[in-house]
Design a protein around this ligand. Structure first.
Ligand SMILES: [Zn+2]
Length: 177
């Protein structure tokens, strides 16, 4: 935390719930595919551990982080998402789990497995993942051509636009309660 910089508090436009600062980090607990498995079969068919998930020993997912730069703010908008990767790449991630040199590993391909709120249809769009330091989930970059998510990640967004996005997400979340 930087000292001496007061952050504007934020009030949800639907219910007036106030936050000390604009919430900028959102995430999903499971890959979307998880929900296609009936609840009473999940225990048997799904292996879930922290940021890793395997379904039926043939669908491999891991969690990663999509960052959208906010060009006129000190923090960025972050979505913790899941991507589907090959068994081969999944194996490599396990091998490199505790290896500090993994930041030099080649980026690898994945299909996005999370609906990123306010970004339309993001299921199964193309992404590239890049390993980070040990203890940090990989960085995910959308490479789906002409998709808003790709454009925003590349060009960044304004704080005003971030506020609009966050407001829409919070309204949705609050309506679900
Ligand atoms: Zn609200």
């Amino acid at each position: 935390m930087k000292k001496g910089k007061s952050k504007p508090s934020y009030k949800c436009s639907c219910c007036g719930e106030t936050y000390d600062e604009l919430p900028l980090c959102f995430g999903s607990e499971y890959p979307d595919y998880y929900f296609s498995v009936p609840p009473d079969e999940r225990e048997q068919r799904i292996e879930l551990k922290e940021s890793l998930c395997v379904v039926d020993k043939q669908h491999f997912f891991h969690r990663g982080r999509i960052t959208i730069p906010i060009i006129d703010h000190t923090e960025n908008l972050v979505f913790n998402v899941w991507i589907s990767i090959s068994e081969d790449n999944f194996g490599k991630r396990i091998d490199l789990w505790e290896d500090p040199s993994r930041i030099n590993a080649e980026p690898y391909f994945g299909w996005l497995q999370t609906i990123v709120p306010t970004y339309g249809d993001t299921l199964n769009i193309k992404t590239i993942a890049k390993e980070q330091e040990v203890g940090i989930i990989p960085a995910i970059k959308s490479i789906e051509e002409e998709h808003l998510l790709t454009i925003d990640q590349e060009k960044g967004i304004t704080y005003k636009r971030a506020t609009e996005i966050v407001d829409r997400i919070l309204r949705e979340q609050h309506n679900e309660k």
